[in-house]
Design a protein. Structure first.
Lengths: 356, 513
């Protein structure tokens, strides 16, 4: 954020630089800057399809990261970026305004900074800045919004990233939030990231494969390319578990470093669920293998994804990675809604909470 | 478990069955430019069934390898996402094959059958077949007959499916369309027959339905009480571009109006269907075609409703252009029309008294396809300073099909200042920028729909016959009348003066898109 003098530096606004403003004058200052920026004979488009409240930390790293994500979001939105920390010494609320330009169209970005007791007052300021008739999303990538967050009542959609959770226990916290707010749309960048793999996994059981074989799976193994918090792999397993109706999960102890569970299928049979890691540089879910007897269906991600199933030729799909900004854009789209996510989350939490 | 529970919540909740698509006329431009690139894009988007085969059939000798190489090159040139990805192409192209054959040779079909059966066995395509007829229309009946005789068509509703995609034109007039329908439907069921009009695969054309029937706002206004008139325009900046021979036997009335423009007309004017399903939508389109008021059969009377034209030399976008009669394959005294404008009515409750104006032309100033709904003017003018403007410029809703796809609504707003002046301002929705997503090519959508057995965006046989019934009256009257005085408009202009008179007689003017 490169600050310019308070009162509105027009050229800086046209460049997309942040301008300090009085928190009480944000709306009027934005209106004034837009009107001045639209010169006679050179109209501008001020666009807003979403209100996007963004929670971000106070550190330089957190500021830089969230700025990169917000700048990359291609859906026109009024972004209200909030840096607040109630534990820091109290200072007056500070505010900056800027325009995010995408060609000739631009969107508002408001940055608010509040510490001490003022951090608890910033919600009222955010509420006053919401554009009427546009839906509101809350982007909180570094931490989950608290269940008592006063702004949750204003929000239609929460966008989080469970990959960035410090602990897998955060999944249970998220599930509690989702249960407490049944109407809230919850979008998880980790979940959006595994969507292509889920599509390919589903395609393994499209015709000519008889989908009833899914009811007889006795093995599922997900290989994760990371160590530590493995939310993507857990969501993938939770998804399979919930879609296929597996119940009564029991944790197994294994000496091979794998995490292993046993579950009961709807037909009473047993399925072994495994989560292992492969530390060779690929991140996220790198393989998913499903078995029934000696038959195997698999997705293996390398530079490409190889999709293999019994009796049919293997095929290859490109392996693509997406930036957080691209995933956040997707989370604001119509395709971002996914009714299956809550079930997958509950399935993942079930795995984590399973007793031995 | 009869359905795949893992599909729930994914963008493609229905996926096609494995199948083989056999393209007759595989050496032609359509295969290279549109069909194989579209199939590749579907593979890239994980929308194809698996396994999936493409078998190109054409007269010229070639090998599987050469055909694959040619298809890779053209996909690299024409696919929506370029260049092709090596690994994906490697996997996709393992299902591409070539079969040489004459379209009239029974032995060729026997060989084709043996080859397709072998592919089914080796690659697991389970006998599901789509035959794409990308050949001259005269070949259609012959190919379908031979496919039937060779046992390559399963007309039953059980077992592997057979579907046939037929490219336009579907006949040359009512009699030939009826004959084609008879030939095809002697071998296939109607729901196995997919008459393709690629305009219907365009997102913006499908959006006409979404715009009308997903928004309660418009439906109360979408009738003769509020609509003054409707203008449909398909303008092409190009001429016949080497297709002079074909165009001489068609003319723009057959080439553009009978199919593409009537489809826009139907989607614009139809009643809400009871469901978004193939026959429900096509039933409503058919009702529109059957409600078209017949035009006069007397050539002199017809001139008050239909104006035809032919482009002469001129310039389009600063480039000199020869006249139609100078084009290759065109007779020097040709009477074939390259422009047509008409007015007509739809005799039903919704549209009673609302004139529809339609024009289509080649060598126009620019390429544009649009539907413009002109609303009635305010009954009383409160703002006297702007009275002239308010009377001259009504609210107009424009559905732009191409290029710059989108929707625009023109309404009046007060001009900032101390006086009560009003002026029109546009409210714009642009497809290219509003979603941040690249729309699929028309052929991608249509090929996928055919694989899924969904005929909603394809034309039914009775629609084709109804449209020819109406068009035939015009062509018969033209044949009976005097030879037109052509050329009558300059390349790069908006058509002949008579077209302006046609709409001016009603106190209106054509849009300048």
């Amino acid at each position: 954020m490169s600050a310019a003098k308070e009162g509105g530096d027009l050229e800086a606004f046209r460049r997309g630089d942040a301008q300090p403003v009085s928190p009480q004058r944000i709306e009027s200052e934005l209106t004034s800057l837009w009107q001045k920026a639209a010169q006679p004979g050179r109209p501008l488009t001020r666009a807003c399809l979403w209100n996007l409240i963004v929670y971000a930390g106070m550190s330089d790293g957190a500021r830089k990261y969230i700025k990169g994500v917000v700048d990359e979001i291609s859906v026109p939105a009024r972004a209200i970026v909030v840096h607040a920390d109630v534990n820091l010494p109290e200072t007056p609320i500070k505010a900056w305004v800027e325009a995010n330009w995408k060609g000739h169209a631009g969107s508002d970005e408001v940055t608010l900074e509040a510490t001490g007791v003022n951090a608890t007052r910033v919600a009222s300021l955010v509420r006053s800045l919401l554009v009427p008739d546009a839906p509101t999303a809350l982007l909180s990538l570094d931490s989950l919004p608290h269940i008592d967050d006063p702004l949750l009542a204003e929000v239609d959609r929460v966008i989080i990233d469970t990959r960035r959770l410090s602990s897998e226990d955060g999944l249970a916290e998220l599930a509690r939030l989702a249960t407490a707010e049944p109407a809230l749309e919850v979008m998880d960048l980790a979940w959006l990231g595994v969507r292509p793999l889920r599509e390919m996994c589903s395609s393994l059981f499209d015709p000519p494969t008889d989908p009833s074989v899914l009811g007889a799976l006795d093995l599922v193994e997900v290989v994760s390319g990371i160590v530590g918090t493995q939310t993507r792999a857990l969501l993938m397993l939770g998804w399979l578990s919930s879609r296929l109706g597996w119940q009564e999960h029991r944790r197994q102890t294994g000496a091979d470093g794998r995490r292993r569970w046993l579950a009961r299928r709807p037909d009473g049979g047993q399925v072994t669920i495994e989560l292992s890691t492969r530390r060779d540089g690929e991140h996220g879910v790198t393989a998913c293998i499903l078995g029934s007897g000696d038959r195997r269906w698999s997705l293996t991600r390398d530079t490409v994804i190889t999709v293999a199933c019994p009796d049919l030729p293997a095929r290859v799909q490109p392996a693509r990675s997406h930036s957080d900004g691209e995933l956040a854009t997707r989370a604001l789209g119509a395709l971002g809604r996914d009714p299956v996510y809550r079930d997958a989350l509950a399935g993942a939490v079930q795995l984590l909470g399973a007793l031995t | 478990m009869t359905t795949n529970p893992l599909r729930e919540g994914l963008s493609a909740e229905r996926v096609p069955l494995p199948c083989t698509m056999v393209i007759f006329g595989a050496s032609g431009d359509l295969t290279k430019r549109k069909l194989v690139p579209a199939l590749y894009s579907l593979a890239r988007d994980r929308l194809l069934g698996s396994p999936f085969n493409v078998v190109g059939v054409a007269r010229r000798p070639s090998s599987h390898e050469d055909f694959r190489a040619a298809m890779r090159e053209s996909t690299n040139t024409f696919a929506r996402r370029r260049p092709v990805e090596d690994a994906l192409w490697e996997s996709f192209s393992q299902g591409i094959f070539y079969s040489q054959g004459e379209f009239g040779d029974p032995d060729g079909y026997a060989r084709l059958k043996a080859f397709l059966d072998k592919l089914d066995e080796e690659r697991g395509t389970a006998g599901n077949r789509i035959y794409y007829l990308s050949t001259p229309p005269a070949e259609y009946p012959k190919i379908v007959q031979h496919l039937g005789q060779a046992g390559l068509i399963n007309k039953e509703r059980t077992g592997p499916y057979t579907r046939v995609i037929i490219e336009k034109p579907f006949g040359h007039d009512l009699a030939s369309a009826q004959a084609l329908n008879k030939d095809v439907l002697g071998i296939l069921r109607e729901d196995q027959t997919f008459r393709i009009d690629h305009y219907l695969g365009k997102e913006t054309v499908q959006n006409i339905l979404a715009f009308r029937f997903a928004n309660a706002l418009w439906e109360p206004l979408w009738n003769g009480k509020y609509v003054d008139h409707v203008q449909l325009t398909v303008a092409e900046a190009i001429g016949v571009e080497g297709r002079g021979g074909y165009f001489e036997s068609a003319g723009i009335l057959r080439d553009m109006v009978q199919n593409h423009m009537f489809q826009f007309l139907c989607l614009t004017a139809m009643e809400p269907p009871v469901a978004f399903e193939a026959d429900a939508v096509r039933d409503e389109k058919l009702k529109v075609l059957r409600s078209l008021r017949p035009l006069p059969s007397d050539p002199a009377d017809l001139e008050r409703h239909v104006v035809r034209g032919q482009y002469g030399p001129g310039a389009v976008a600063g480039q000199a252009r020869i006249g139609y009669r100078e084009e290759k394959g065109v007779a020097p005294d040709s009477s074939v029309e390259t422009y047509v404008a008409m007015n007509f009515f739809i005799d039903n409750w919704r549209w009673a008294g609302v004139p529809f104006y339609l024009r289509a032309g080649k060598a126009m100033p620019k390429r544009v396809t649009e539907i413009a709904i002109y609303f009635k003017k305010p009954p009383v003018t409160l703002f006297r300073r702007s009275a002239g403007r308010l009377q001259a410029e009504p609210n107009v809703l424009t559905l732009r099909i191409q290029p710059d796809e989108g929707i625009s609504l023109k309404f009046f707003s007060k001009v900032p200042g101390p006086t009560m002046d009003v002026m029109p301002v546009p409210m714009e929705f642009r497809y290219g920028t509003s979603f941040g997503a690249e729309p699929p090519e028309a052929y991608e959508r249509l090929l996928l729909d055919c694989m899924l057995g969904d005929g909603t965006l394809f034309t039914r046989g009775d629609e084709v016959e109804a449209s020819w019934t109406w068009i035939d009256r015009i062509t018969r009257a033209w044949s009976a009348g005097a030879k037109p005085y052509f050329p009558n408009y300059e390349s790069g202009s908006w058509g002949p003066d008579e077209a302006d008179l046609l709409i001016a007689r009603d106190g209106r003017t054509w849009r300048r898109p």
